[in-house]
Design a protein around this ligand. Structure first.
Ligand code: NAP
Ligand code: G4F
Length: 322
């Protein structure tokens, strides 16, 4: 029988790749979508007719109950969040409500309406923050460094709690940074690839950046949504770290992106304190051994390939818009 999935955050980067994957697998896909003055469908334009949209918001419990009722899902993927770390210092309360308590809202809706649905929570390596061990794995203690990280810790533990309290099939995927041409332009990878393309085409003169020494474990979003699906296909619910096992500095990212377009990044990058965070996560490096072993998960796209894919995509988009 056709499986049914409800995805929150369907308009975002991961929501779009996950919807593609589930449609390919023959799922009936429902997407929770916030009402906006103009539709935000850029990431899912190509599949929008294959998705059944349901209006709702993580802050509005009634709308979530309605969404679970209409979709009667076998699987629920909670990807919705205020997901930008920088904004979480400017809107800490909203971030706590959406990214943290919002998880309880959707878990409650599932518990009340369809408790046998399998549930995926989009947890984050930001929870490791000021890391207490390297590489970070499922057992590494959390030390969040931003209101966003704090909210994600809440979301993680409430997911574990619903699994243990109500015997729900609830999994927390602790995903390290993952990127793609569909990444929002305020995140560092896309900010850099977009700027490199603009500078190449003479549309921008400089790129203002924050801390170039920060290190991240960056993978491709298309690989990471496969892990989400795999987690919900197991016999038992569990939590998994998803990462590449490699770390790179922001400066390396800049070098590769500009180098790919034969530009010397030092001629264009300006350090601007505005982009330096009140508390930084200096180093993230994940250990994906458990996911590889138990889920059979693997990644296909490496770091350099990811950055050049994003640069090429931005360049093409801008050339087409000229
Ligand atoms: P994204 O592109 O920012 O997408 C976020 C989605 O959440 C959007 O669809 C957004 O809708 C929706 N949303 C925001 N507030 C909402 C609300 N109050 N009610 C309902 N929907 C709401 O994020 P992403 O990169 O795809 O990440 C997906 C999830 O994984 C997020 O929870 C993120 O925190 C988590 N995560 C991401 C990474 C990463 O590296 N990408 C790593 C670890 C964890 P609009 O389009 O209407 O704004
Ligand atoms: O791309 P970022 O904004 O991502 P960050 O903060 O690591 O968060 C992302 O990954 C998390 C997983 O670990 C997700 F949970 C979260 O939702 C989000 O997807 O920044 C990466 C690094 C930071 O150290 C930041 O300080 O890049 C540094 N950076 C330096 N200059 C900058 C800039 N970041 C941004 N966004 N803009 C800059 O100009």
């Amino acid at each position: 029988m056709e499986k049914r999935a409800l995805i929150t955050g369907i308009t975002g980067q991961d929501g779009s790749y996950l919807a593609e994957l589930l449609l390919e697998k023959g799922y009936k896909v429902f997407g929770l979508r916030r009402r906006t003055s103009v539709p935000i469908l850029e990431n899912i334009e190509h599949i929008k007719n294959d998705i059944e949209f349901i209006d709702g918001d993580l802050l509005d419990m009634g709308s979530l109950i309605n969404a679970v009722n209409i979709s009667q899902p076998d699987e629920v993927y909670n990807l919705a969040a205020q997901s930008f770390v920088g904004t979480s210092w400017i809107q800490p309360v909203l971030t706590g409500e959406v990214t943290g308590v919002g998880v309880t809202n959707i878990l409650e809706a599932v518990r009340v309406v369809k408790p046998d649905a399998r549930f995926y929570q989009a947890s984050s390596s930001e929870m490791f923050g000021k890391v207490v061990e390297t590489p970070q794995k499922e057992t590494t203690p959390f030390y969040p460094r931003s209101p966003y990280g704090v909210a994600k810790v809440y979301g993680h533990w409430i997911t574990v709690n619903y699994r243990e309290s109500f015997d729900m099939f609830a999994c927390s995927g602790i995903l390290f940074n993952h990127e793609s041409p569909r990444r929002g332009v305020e995140f560092v990878t896309r900010k850099v690839t977009d700027a490199a393309a603009r500078i190449k085409l003479g549309l921008q003169k400089e790129l203002r950046m924050g801390n170039l020494d920060a290190q991240r474990d960056w993978g491709f979003a298309g690989d990471y949504v496969k892990a989400m699906w795999l987690m919900l296909q197991q016999e038992k619910p569990d939590d998994y770290v998803i990462a590449t096992g490699e770390t790179h500095t922001v400066q390396e990212l800049v070098e590769i992106a500009f180098g790919h377009l034969d530009l010397n990044w030092r001629d264009y990058v300006v350090i601007d304190p505005k982009f330096v965070r009140p508390a930084e996560v200096d180093l993230l490096l994940g250990d994906p051994s458990k996911a590889k072993q138990k889920l059979g998960w693997k990644l296909d796209v490496g770091f350099e390939q990811l950055v050049t894919m994003m640069v090429e995509s931005d360049l093409k988009r801008m050339e087409n818009n000229r």
